[in-house]
Design a protein around this ligand. Structure first.
Ligand code: NI
Length: 184
């Protein structure tokens, strides 16, 4: 099943998502639906709030960046109940986009390296360090679980400049070829 992507301005994107356990209804199917939705929308990551579910789950497949970013070669993971436990001080700035904010790209500064604890789809526990592009994608998706959008993290002046753009995105003034759901 392909979910419509929830668009900027929808309250679910601003909620802090909750942990789930093994008994989450149809977890396996939900994860498959997340993959299908992400691939059909041409994303490299997708967080559950973006399909309207306020739970702590996101999926990442960095394969499209694999050629330029060696740490993303074969990087395909499900993150459940993730918690970032450490962030290095060194930050890097890079262009980001988000399926929930169609066609907008802005520079975001983020820690270059992070440590994250999470469970995979079989509820095996992991505690890992990630860096570079992998760390960036993880932090972007993780932010969705905290109700944070990448546009919250751009420079204040820039933020003011894109305010109008964000409003028109919320009203559906954009064209993409994936299914989406506008705020009510
Ligand atoms: Ni996003």
């Amino acid at each position: 099943m392909i979910y419509p992507i929830v668009i900027y301005g929808s309250p679910v994107l601003r909620k802090v998502a909750v942990d789930i356990d093994k008994d989450y209804p149809d977890l396996e199917k939900f994860i498959q639906d997340m993959w299908d939705t992400m691939y059909v929308s041409d994303g490299v990551g997708l967080a559950a709030p973006q399909v309207g579910k306020s739970v702590r789950l996101f999926v990442i497949d960095g394969t499209p960046f694999g050629e330029d970013e060696p740490e993303l070669e074969g990087f395909k993971k499900v993150f459940i109940n993730a918690k970032i436990t450490e962030r290095v001080d060194e930050e890097v700035s890079m262009d980001e986009g988000c399926l929930s904010i169609p066609l907008l790209r802005e520079n975001v500064s983020r820690p270059q390296k992070i440590r994250i604890e999470y469970y995979d789809q079989d509820f095996n526990f992991h505690d890992e360090w990630h860096e570079g592009m992998a760390a960036r994608i993880i932090q972007h998706e993780y932010d969705h679980l905290e109700g944070i959008m990448f546009t919250d993290r751009i420079a204040p002046l820039k933020k003011r400049l894109i305010k109008g753009k964000l409003q028109s995105i919320s009203k559906g003034k954009f064209r993409v070829n994936y299914k989406y759901r506008l705020p009510k």
